[in-house]
Design a protein around this ligand. Structure first.
Ligand code: UTP
Ligand code: MG
Length: 480
């Protein structure tokens, strides 16, 4: 019988020998069987008990895998549908040893198996050629060098085996990224999704970018990222293209696209959100100039946004943030002696520029913070009136900067501080962690323990992290 060498059983390329070193092996306990039509039942008598085979669907495809499985079983081979520690031979087609190994790791992650199950004595990573020849012979043929997959390119020490916790709030992500080129590219796709009001997709790219920024070294091959949390196929594809070609076509075309450029320009106007910008875009308004010519009604905030467009789109420097900090402190002390001002947002995380400057105000005596913002703003406006008058005769000696003031009662101060320091993704993951992992609800006001049915007090950020069962991460490590 020779149904074997049809084109579905074509000869593979030659490969170098490999056997996965035990110390690098992790065992995956499931495969994606949802796409597989391999039958679970094996009515054929198993002739070769010693060899427990697993056929990798990746690149082989589910129908070919099913066909090969049936064929092997009909010849008495023991073929498992799922990878488990009993598997002795992993058969794949058009995959490198690295790829197979990475797949095993990623499938393990997806299956939620984070531990290190007992390793079997040895597992062989074999090319399909060994399988087809064994089918020919009707028995497992002796394994030759040419059957075994290429030894992974790097030694265990060199191969970047990154361990990345899933939640951004479990990781310290500083401003010093080793993969900024890649994460910036993914941030473009994130922003594009956000501007299209596709929040889920936006968050997915933000998460992928954040993982890249967390990694302790620069990535040289997309394969090294397989199995890491938050790096989906789409992000991996973009990363691979940039590593191989220097840029990603999708990212470049996104940056050039009319809609992306227009939506960025319009939402860059203070007071204009995505919905408004999209409505204008559909009316053919793509630029600030077109908006000004259009006669569209603008609210008060938007009018200020248009008036100070260029000022507000110029990044705020740390020196400017400090100068504004002094001014805000002066105002706060003037209107409410004893009140306190804390720099929050990106500058608290150590950023050297920002799109605004954020401050948190509070008063040591609970209740005395009431109306504080109103008084501070009134004081600043009075100052502004004076300085504008002073500058009338000379040239403009000031520029508009966006300042966000947040006020909180002392009892909520730690929650407000944590909630307004960011980054946005870090905050999102703190809340997600609280809800999913601790049955708690976290906001910028409070932490509620759902199981105990009560609020948990905290006077510092450290206490909140402790309540959440997280290691404390200082602001500089919250740049996810
Ligand atoms: P920002 O938008 O100012 O972000 O919000 P940022 O991190 O300071 O970045 P740049 O430097 O200005 O560009 C500061 C933090 O305040 C919270 C978020 O946690 C954010 O990280 N925030 C902001 C909210 O909770 N709600 C908002 O509506 C805005
Ligand atoms: Mg800010």
């Amino acid at each position: 019988m020779r149904p074997i060498l049809d084109d579905r059983l074509r000869a593979p390329e030659k490969r170098n020998p490999t056997m996965v070193p035990l110390k690098r092996r992790r065992v995956v306990s499931s495969c994606d069987s949802s796409t597989s039509d391999v039958s679970n039942t094996n009515n054929n008598r198993i002739k070769f008990q010693q060899q427990v085979l697993f056929l990798l669907e990746r690149k082989m495809g589910s129908s070919r895998r099913a066909f090969l499985t049936r064929l092997g079983r009909s010849k008495g081979f023991r073929i498992e549908e799922r990878f488990s520690e009993s598997v002795t031979h992993v058969i794949s087609e058009n995959n490198s040893g690295d790829e197979v190994w990475a797949w095993l790791n990623s499938a393990q992650e997806e299956g939620g198996h984070h531990g290190q199950p007992p390793a079997p004595p040895a597992v062989r990573l074999l090319d399909i050629s060994w399988y087809t020849e064994s089918m020919h012979e009707g028995r497992p043929v002796e394994i030759q060098d040419r059957h075994t997959l290429q030894e992974p390119q790097q030694n265990a020490e060199e191969l970047p085996l990154f361990s990345v916790p899933s939640y951004a709030c479990q990781r310290s992500t500083t401003l010093h990224s080793h993969n900024l080129l890649l994460s910036d590219a993914l941030s473009v796709l994130a922003q594009s999704a956000e501007l299209a009001e596709d929040e889920g997709r936006g968050v997915a790219f933000r998460r992928a970018a954040a993982v890249l920024n967390f990694l302790p070294k620069a990535i040289s091959a997309a394969e090294h990222l397989r199995g890491l949390p938050s790096l989906g196929e789409h992000s991996l594809r973009v990363v691979q293209e940039i590593l191989e070609d220097g840029s990603s076509r999708e990212v470049e075309s996104t940056k050039q696209s009319d809609q992306y450029r227009a939506m960025k320009a319009l939402t860059g106007i203070f007071g204009v959100g995505v919905k408004t910008a999209h409505r204008w875009f559909k009316l053919g308004i793509h630029t600030l100039a077109q908006l000004e010519d259009s006669g569209q009604a603008l609210n008060h905030t938007q009018q200020a946004g248009v008036q100070h467009y260029s000022d507000l789109n110029q990044p705020v420097t740390k020196a400017e943030a400090d100068a504004i900090g002094h001014l805000v402190e002066t105002a706060v002390v003037a209107v409410s002696p004893g009140a306190q001002v804390t720099l929050i947002g990106g500058f608290r995380r150590g950023k050297v520029t920002g799109h605004d400057v954020d401050f948190l105000l509070t008063h040591p005596e609970e209740g005395k913070e009431d109306g504080l913002i109103f008084k501070v703003v009134a004081w600043l406006e009075a100052q502004e009136g004076r300085s504008l008058d002073d500058g009338k005769e000379t040239q403009k000696a000031w520029r508009a900067v966006r300042v966000d003031l947040v006020v909180s009662p002392k009892s909520q101060y730690a929650f407000a501080l944590l909630g307004w320091t960011g980054s946005k993704l870090f905050e999102r993951d703190l809340r997600r962690w609280a809800g999913h992992e601790r049955s708690m609800s976290l906001s910028s006001h409070a932490l509620f323990d759902i199981k105990q049915g009560k609020h948990l007090r905290a006077d510092s950020e450290e206490e909140i992290f402790a309540h959440l069962g997280l290691d404390y991460i200082p602001p500089s490590g919250r740049n996810a």
